[in-house]
Design a binder for this molecule. Structure first.
Ligand code: ARG
Ligand code: GLU
Length: 722
């Protein structure tokens, strides 16, 4: 590259880096009026910020729930009907499925309230109000404090804030850190714990295209499922009871039959999980070169093992479906992330930004004093972290994949509860462990786990530096003649892979079982791996991480001070956010241009009879043939999915996509592969979120499933005639 080209690139980078980038950001709903309303209206929004978030009267936020703590859902009827993704409701769908009554394969539709199925453990949470509590939480915190000390002051202050809070007895509260702990907000919440499954399409619709299409555009998945919130007779939260009644919401979303066109305003309202937008370039470099590659390599091996079993055995296919999808999901996302970060020159952008930061800092003596060494200090801190980060990823990825180790960890929890708190502590911990293990064994096959053990323990030994791991697995493998033989021996000698023995033992004579577990060879290995990890990796890693946290916090504060012209939004932290942007296709690489809409025609183009991923149910093919789309089609076609420039992330699954008037037009469920790096470095040229068109959802409910009674609960509108 010649110098002129380089100069031009860095000038262009600087412009995109320092400007407030259109469509980027996950904004706090209570701050929209101040920070975003003007911009949103400029992009075409017809309602006001107060229509979105208002604590004095009903607003759109009253129709949004955190679904089970991991996804988003929205209320779409006056009888508490909740819409979310198929993959968000999947655990529930899977739990009620058997070989004979396979709701994954066939779908499920309750014909009336009595047929709606309760789901133990599933809950939805409303946000009642949000308040800033930074000054209370940070009272007594000084810059010189060690992280541990700071955290204990913060924790004490948070406890006091929550204790003094005025709220109803059925409400809850939590406080979360924003901007790396520079600000704190309090959330008052209401949680409903009786949430019943109402409907789900067959996987061939709800997860059409499976892993091949996951994270991809063009997309043709009807990724939705329906639930209903039940409340006590007073409409307040209540534990499950047959006497509970459908919840009457403060607000239900109106549903638009008009769809959206290119450049139309959309916003997505939900609970994005975690992003890291303000990292130092050294951290981004490690994501690209160390962490993502390590995790990808491990998951690739694990997926190959599980896939081979699932393709041969229907029972294993049901048991491992959710687990497999979860492992595959991040595996594929990280690959897109590395490509996207590389392709959009994220590192160069970060470095240019750091140079500009330093230039500004050095221009003011008091900034120079306080922030002058930050960029350099962060570089050094991340350099020291590098090797520990890699070994952490190996340890967590591999240990969590081999479920015999999870069983050992659970039983050890019981043992230490007993050692610490005696018989009483033991009794208290027992039911939790029993529940966890029952769930685990329901979705467990010892042959699969044994093969995972063989494959991953070998990688554990060969992929890591000997000085950071226990020497036991290498010794055991050598003694048995290889990892295959070691796996055979371990799973023959150990008890931990035998669900009925373990569960019966816990029920009948837990003390005897725990004694056995203490001497179990699998448990010995788990203990050796874990104590080596604590000693050789985790202790130092925690120190380094604390130092990084402190530096990143100061860097965050400095950026907000130094780049005054920029409007900052906090990283996602599973709190309620609004993101907005326009409907738009994209151009992922030379000569390739993607349209922003897909249609049922595309489902049929992908159709492969009998295929694991691309089969299409007969009924859907018939409806396509006669074009029986009812009021949901458009110009003789059935819209399926669309994309827009909304800045979303994991946790935004199931979030409503709303039009300029706040009507429901789509259901967010994914991002495009080239743009998954938006978690670290949003780029408007290729970052797009993927939504199912709400008309496809209605079409499936009404025409495919014949569940018109659900449609009649909803409020359908046509804000724009075409
Ligand atoms: N990629 C989407 C998300 O992150 C969808 C995942 C579910 N689908 C799948 N085929 N694994 O959750
Ligand atoms: N499917 C993701 C989820 O579960 C949303 C896609 C994304 O990460 O943007 O939340």
């Amino acid at each position: 590259m010649n110098w002129l080209k380089r100069l031009l690139i860095s000038l262009a980078l600087l412009l995109t880096v320092v400007n407030v980038r259109a469509d980027e950001g996950m904004w706090l709903p209570q701050l929209l009026a101040r920070l975003n309303e003007k911009h949103m209206k400029g992009l075409g929004m017809k309602i006001s910020a107060a229509d979105i978030y208002n604590i004095n009267k009903g607003s759109l936020k009253d129709a949004i729930v955190s679904f089970g703590g991991f996804c988003t859902g929205e209320i779409i009827s006056a009888k508490g009907l909740v819409l979310t993704n198929h993959h968000c409701g999947f655990d529930a769908i899977q739990n009620h499925s058997t070989l004979e009554r396979n709701y994954i394969h066939d779908g499920f539709w309750a014909k009336n309230h009595a047929e709606e199925i309760p789901n133990a453990g599933l809950f939805v949470t409303f946000i009642v109000r949000i308040e800033e509590v930074s000054s209370q939480v940070l009272a007594g915190v000084t810059p010189a404090m060690e992280e541990k000390e700071r955290q204990s002051v913060v924790d004490k202050n948070i406890a006091a804030v929550r204790k003094n809070l005025k709220k109803e007895s059925y409400q809850d509260s939590h406080v979360r850190a924003f901007f790396e702990g520079n600000q704190y907000f309090l959330f008052v919440t209401e949680t409903y714990r009786d949430v019943r499954l109402v409907g789900a399409p067959p996987s061939a619709i709800g997860n059409f295209g499976k892993d091949t299409d996951n994270w991809m555009w063009p997309r043709h998945t009807g990724d939705f499922s329906l639930f209903r919130i039940y409340a006590g007779k007073d409409n307040k939260p209540a534990e499950y009871s047959a006497d509970n009644i459908p919840y009457t919401p403060k607000r239900a979303l109106s549903i638009s039959l008009s769809g959206v066109s290119e450049n139309d305003f959309t916003m997505v309202f939900g609970f994005p999980g975690r992003t890291t937008q303000y990292l130092h370039s050294a951290a981004v470099e490690q994501v690209i070169n160390v962490n993502d590659p390590a995790k990808i390599a491990i998951r690739e091996k694990a997926l190959a093992v599980i896939d081979a079993f699932m393709r041969k055995d229907e029972q294993i296919k049901i048991q491992y479906a959710a687990k497999y999808a979860g492992i595959q999901n991040s595996y594929k996302k990280w690959q897109g992330e590395v490509l996207g970060l590389t392709g959009t020159h994220a590192l160069a952008k970060k470095k240019t930004y750091e140079e500009e930061f330093l230039k500004r800092v050095n221009s003011k003596p008091e900034w120079k004093d306080q922030y002058g060494s930050l960029v350099n200090d962060l570089q050094k801190a991340y350099d020291a972290f590098r090797v520990y980060g890699k070994h952490r990823d190996y340890y967590t990825e591999i240990i969590n994949r081999i479920e015999a180790f999870t069983v050992a960890a659970q039983l050890n929890n019981l043992i230490s509860a007993k050692e610490k708190n005696g018989e009483e502590g033991f009794k208290k911990a027992l039911p939790q462990v029993q529940n966890r293990l029952e769930d685990l064994y329901n979705e467990y096959n010892p042959a699969v786990d044994k093969k995972l053990f063989e494959t991953l323990m070998q990688l554990f030994v060969e992929g890591q530096d000997a000085e950071y791991i226990s020497s036991l697995p290498r010794q055991l493998a050598a003694a048995s003649g290889g990892f295959g033989q070691l796996a055979e021996k371990m799973y023959a000698d150990s008890w931990l892979d035998d669900g009925s023995k373990i569960l019966d033992g816990l029920k009948n004579d837990a003390a005897a079982l725990l004694e056995k577990c203490r001497k179990d060879p699998m448990n010995d290995l788990a203990m050796a791996l874990s104590s080596a990890y604590t000693e050789k990796v985790n202790r130092r890693l925690t120190e380094l991480q604390n130092n990084i946290n402190r530096l990143q916090r100061s860097y965050m504060q400095a950026q907000m001070e130094v780049f005054k012209e920029k409007v900052f939004y906090p990283d996602a932290n599973s709190t309620l956010r609004v993101t907005y942007g326009t409907v738009k296709g994209y151009n992922p690489r030379d000569a390739v241009v993607y349209d922003y809409y897909t249609y049922l025609d595309g489902v049929m183009e992908k159709y492969k009879p009998g295929d694991y991923e691309f089969d299409v149910p007969e009924k859907l093919r018939q409806l396509y043939q006669v074009k029986d789309y009812g009021p949901y089609g458009q110009n003789g076609k059935m819209p399926v999915c669309f994309i827009a420039r909304n800045h979303t992330t994991g946790g935004n699954s199931g979030s409503p996509a709303l039009d300029a008037w706040g009507n429901l037009v789509g259901l967010n469920f994914d991002r495009v592969w080239e743009g998954t790096m938006s978690d670290i470095n949003y780029d408007p040229s290729i970052c797009r979120n993927i939504m199912v068109d709400i008309r496809y959802v209605l079409f499936i409910v009404d025409k495919y499933a014949g569940a018109g009674h659900l449609i009649s609960e909803m409020k359908l509108v046509r804000p724009k005639q075409r």
